[in-house]
Write a protein of this length. Structure first.
Length: 609
């Protein structure tokens, strides 16, 4: 799979139009759509009212400055009263618009963050994304920081663009009427240029926009690179903090310091490049900004000195020029924000597109076919082989079930073993439907009565009550999840010391050692009483007395089908299980079959959807 210079696989990239279409579709399906649309209507009403007030303020310039020129005190005082009314109205409208801006940005962020979280944590997707390359790095950055920046910038830019468009439509007519019959004397002749101030203003704004685009063209890419480096730094800090104990015991602080300092250096290098790019852009934006102070007077001066404009008319022309120029220069003034917006839009949409692509990985290799068996059929395998690293097209790396066509009936005790290594874990993942690459068929019983127990379980930061019943709801009034049942389960697995801490919220993965974590996983199975319990070598590496105790607990699950993937003498002695064997794939024997089966990738996709 080819990649871009930023490490993003090209297959996950979208054109700018594709990015917009994806986010519009996500917005339209979002729960916040109606609230955002209501806020948008309110914002439009406020923007129109603000534009009208600004138009009246510009008209006020004429009589006010004419009264000054005539030294007409009564008219001067009357115009101050008019100004007070207009200024109060504009202030009120600006306050309301600011509040609406903030609430709209908040709702936009809510929609973006919730949508991306829903897409990310759809069963199976996040784990599959881990094999997709750089696009899977630091999803927390995209869910947290990128969605915040994208929501805030989208709101600010959209409102600014609408406001500028309305200003342009309102005030360009003022400039045209002021200079509609202007004639410029050249070589003794009068050259008529209808709406000459309009054309001069447009030329001024276009020149600034073109220069900004030339000077600041690298900003979008630099911003994207900066966010990636910021995410790398945060990931390095979090990983170090999460592993302080083993790092300290290994005296590994100097090594981690090198990694953290390297991540800091990456961020600083990107900030240095951004500083130079923004500095160069400031030459254009600031220069044109200062020039705008005198540009309208210079442009309108021929009309004023020829007597076609009064002083009040000149001030009206200056005000209208500034409004039109502000509207036309919206792109110049917001170039760095637009670059930032495009960078975060690309990062969010590429990530979202990659997640959606995990539902359809047929291009990566041949897929195992999954089907749901009836309750009495149990678990079955037919012609099963699991491939490792399918994106690299490697045919020899993988594992297969030596006994073809085997079936496991409800109530059986089974051990599936093979040589230690990644192959056994691949088989476990294939049965768990999170590694779909291979060939053959797996028939599975109903999933809601099955527990898939990995070698290293997950302990959420929650109450011990929730951890013990994860992911089932912790309903304390249910007979099998009462405090007494929870305490009995802890006693059974040797964790009675925790019985008084059921409602404490802790980082249990830090407080418990490996043996205790394994015991807590078994306690979870005791409480949930599954019909099927599939274990991935969970007894490996435990203390002998802990293994003996947990085997005794598992023996108490009389109604559960127990399948142990791995090798355990204790499990074998206690249960006398049926034994099936795993064998490595042979490149020469399996290559032709795998190549031929690639044409069948469109078959049943239930295992990875």
């Amino acid at each position: 799979m080819s990649q871009t210079s930023e490490g993003t696989p090209e297959t996950y990239e979208l054109s700018f139009g594709g990015q917009l279409r994806m986010m519009m579709a996500a917005f339209w399906a979002s729960s916040v759509r109606n609230r955002v649309l209501v806020l948008t209507v309110a914002l439009l009403a406020v923007i129109f009212a603000t534009t009208y007030a600004a138009y009246r303020l510009n008209e006020w310039n004429g009589p006010f400055y004419d009264a000054l020129e005539r030294r007409d005190m009564p008219e001067f005082m009357r115009q101050l009263v008019v100004f007070a009314v207009i200024a109060f109205s504009l202030t009120l409208l600006n306050v309301v618009q600011t509040w609406l801006n903030q609430i709209t940005a908040m709702r936009m962020r809510e929609g973006l963050a919730r949508d991306l979280a829903d897409v990310w944590l759809k069963p199976g997707r996040a784990l599959k994304l881990g094999s997709a390359g750089a696009i899977a790095d630091n999803p927390d950055q995209r869910l947290h920081e990128d969605t915040r920046i994208l929501a805030e910038n989208t709101t600010a830019l959209a409102i600014g663009l609408v406001n500028s468009t309305i200003l342009l439509a309102s005030f360009i007519g003022v400039l045209w009427s002021i200079s509609s019959d202007f004639a410029l004397p050249i070589a003794g002749k009068l050259i008529y240029i209808p709406g000459y101030m309009v054309w001069a203003t447009i030329l001024y704004a276009v020149l600034g926009s073109v220069l900004s685009n030339i000077v600041g063209g690298r900003l979008a890419r630099l911003n994207a690179d900066r966010y990636a480096r910021e995410a790398d730094l945060r990931a390095a800090l979090v990983r170090t903090n999460e592993n302080l104990k083993p790092i300290t015991l290994a005296r590994g602080e100097p090594n981690e310091l090198v990694r953290v300092q390297g991540a800091i250096g990456g961020v600083l290098e990107m900030l240095r490049k951004l500083a130079w790019a923004l500095t160069n852009l400031t030459w254009v934006s600031s220069g044109f900004g200062w020039l705008a102070l005198v540009a309208p007077i210079i442009i309108a001066s021929p009309m004023y000195f020829s007597g076609e404009l009064t002083f009040g008319g000149l001030m009206m022309a200056v005000g209208a020029f500034n409004q039109v120029n502000q509207a036309l220069r919206w792109y110049v003034a917001n170039f760095s924000v637009i670059a930032d917006w495009r960078a975060t839009l690309a990062r969010v949409t590429f990530f979202r597109n990659a997640l959606l692509a995990m539902d359809n990985p047929a291009a990566e290799g041949t897929l195992i076919s999954y089907r749901e068996n009836a309750a009495e059929q149990g678990l079955s395998f037919a012609g099963l082989a699991i491939y490792g690293e399918p994106e690299k097209g490697e045919q020899g790396h993988g594992i297969k079930l030596a006994e073809d066509g085997c079936a496991i009936a409800p109530g059986d005790r089974v051990m599936i073993n093979g040589d230690p290594g990644p192959g056994r874990h691949l088989f476990f993942q294939a049965v768990a439907r999170i590694w779909p690459w291979g060939r053959g068929e797996i028939g599975l019983p109903v999933a809601d009565r099955m527990i898939i127990m990995p070698q290293e379980g997950y302990l959420p930061t929650a109450t011990l009550r929730e951890v013990m019943t994860y992911p089932a709801a912790a309903a304390t009034d249910a007979p099998d999840l009462s405090d007494a049942a929870l305490a009995a389960a802890l006693e059974e697995v040797g964790l009675h010391r925790l019985a008084t801490r059921l409602d404490e919220v802790e980082r249990w993965d830090r407080l418990l050692d490996k043996d205790e974590e394994a015991a807590l996983q078994v306690a979870n199975a005791v409480l949930r009483k599954p019909d099927w319990l599939i274990m991935d070598d969970v007894l490996e590496g435990l203390e002998p007395e802990v293994r003996e105790r947990l085997i005794g607990v598992l023996a108490g699950l009389k109604e559960s089908t127990l399948i142990y993937i791995g090798r355990s003498e204790e499990f074998s002695k206690t249960f006398s299980p049926k034994v099936y064997h795993l064998a490595p794939l042979q490149p020469d024997a399996d290559a032709e079959t795998k190549t031929n089966s690639k044409t069948e990738t469109g078959k049943d996709d239930a295992g990875h959807a």
